[in-house]
Design a binder for this molecule. Structure first.
Ligand SMILES: Cc1ncc(COP(=O)(O)O)c(C=O)c1O
Length: 379
């Protein structure tokens, strides 16, 4: 009998502790492990960069909720991304990336990996012909974000997986915005899922972390080898917090979606709002694909305001309940100006975002309070 998503999130990798019966996996704050004679490891543990039982619990739970064979937890989303790139790519290889990728991901390509000879092309991933045209003999990866940060663009995971595989490339999906509750990229043909678990998976804005989940054992083993060899692992305290967050992902996501839908209705009706970006809207160009591959449309909403960049900045300054801050995916609502905050590193690049754009991470507070706050901030 296969278990449902919420059951996996609460139980996978989280058997009660065999020694004490503790229902919650303990925080194993230890760097090393006593061996029963040289090479006599207990349960395979020797040194906590290689493996730690708290991290193992999180890694098994992440693999289960994404439907993968191997999960790996990292110190941040970017540490996970870097490990993936250095496992799969070498100098002179090529990667196709979204033309509205998360700014930090773009910076990793443009300022770090390019210096080591990894070439990349930003492409609108909603346009399959453009992706096909960008592929070269050296393309090792198509890197997908869907929905994208912050423009909430949608890419067709199944179609891109097929295109990648026809060209002997891998499909990587950054599933941070959707979370595994709303979208299961590996079931749609992706080879690896990336997460900033800092966001919805952790869910409480109290921990930074990242993850890779591999669809097959060979790639999973290679990634795990590099995780240990490169060392960007999640510590046991962070792994424990992230695992605690993961248990409630399903109920949180449903409330994030409920509240976001109400916020979208308010914004659509507001005279100062010139455009609402949300994949749940019929008029969103990616709506059909999103409806096919997502359970619901998520808690992230972006919008553009009449009055240009200054007005967008002023709206961000005027909210009281929506906290002005970077990051997303926590229980509390956040507001930000992507052009000057999360995506400032993309200024002057093909990934620059419009100045009149505001991004909301709609939290799970009482929705009427959120609507009242936005109403007063929009004036
Ligand atoms: C979509 C997406 N991917 C990756 C990252 C990077 O993750 P981290 O900040 O945990 O390194 C972020 C961070 O904002 C993100 O939004």
């Amino acid at each position: 009998m296969s278990n449902g998503f919420e059951t996996l999130a609460i139980h996978a990798g989280q058997e009660p502790d065999p020694v004490t019966g503790a229902v919650v996996p303990p925080i194993y704050a230890t760097s090393t492990y006593k061996q029963d004679g040289v090479g006599g490891l207990r349960g395979g543990y020797e040194y906590s960069r290689s493996a730690n039982p708290t991290r193992t619990a999180l890694e098994e739970a992440l693999a289960a909720v994404e439907g993968g064979v191997r999960g790996m937890a990292f110190a941040s989303g970017l540490a996970a991304e870097d490990t993936l790139l250095r496992t799969v790519c070498k100098p002179n290889d090529h990667v196709v990336i979204p033309n509205d990728a998360y700014g930090g991901t773009y910076r990793l390509f443009s300022k770090v990996h390019e210096r080591w000879g990894l070439h990349y092309d930003p492409v609108p991933l909603g346009d399959l012909d453009a992706v096909a045209a960008a592929m070269t003999q050296k393309t090792k990866l198509i890197w997908v974000e869907t929905p994208t940060n912050p423009l909430l663009g949608i890419a067709d995971i199944a179609a891109l997986a097929q295109l990648a595989h026809e060209n002997d490339a891998l499909l990587v999906v950054d599933n941070t915005f959707a979370s595994p509750y709303l979208q299961q990229p590996l079931a749609l043909g992706a080879d690896v899922v990336v997460h900033s678990t800092t966001k919805y998976v952790g869910g409480h804005s109290d921990v930074v972390g990242g993850a890779l989940i591999a669809a097959d054992k060979g790639l999973g083993d290679e990634l795990a080898y590099h995780q240990n060899a490169m060392g960007g692992v999640a510590g046991p305290f962070d792994a424990w917090l992230t695992l605690r967050g993961l248990k409630t992902l399903g109920v949180r996501m449903d409330r994030h979606c409920d509240n976001a839908e109400r916020v979208v209705d308010l914004l659509l009706a507001h005279p100062r709002v010139t455009q609402v970006l949300y994949p749940g809207l019929d008029e969103h160009p990616g709506h059909e694909v999103a409806a096919k591959q997502m359970k619901r449309f998520g808690g992230m909403v972006s919008f553009r305001v009449d009055g240009g960049e200054q007005e967008a900045v002023d709206v961000c300054d005027r909210t009281k309940l929506f906290t002005l801050g970077e990051s997303l995916g926590g229980v509390e609502s956040l507001i930000e100006h992507p052009g000057r905050m999360t995506h400032a590193s993309a200024a002057g690049s093909p990934l620059e975002v419009p100045g009149d754009l505001v991004r909301l991470s709609v939290g799970i507070e009482t929705v009427d309070d959120l609507l009242a706050d936005l109403t007063q901030a929009l004036g």
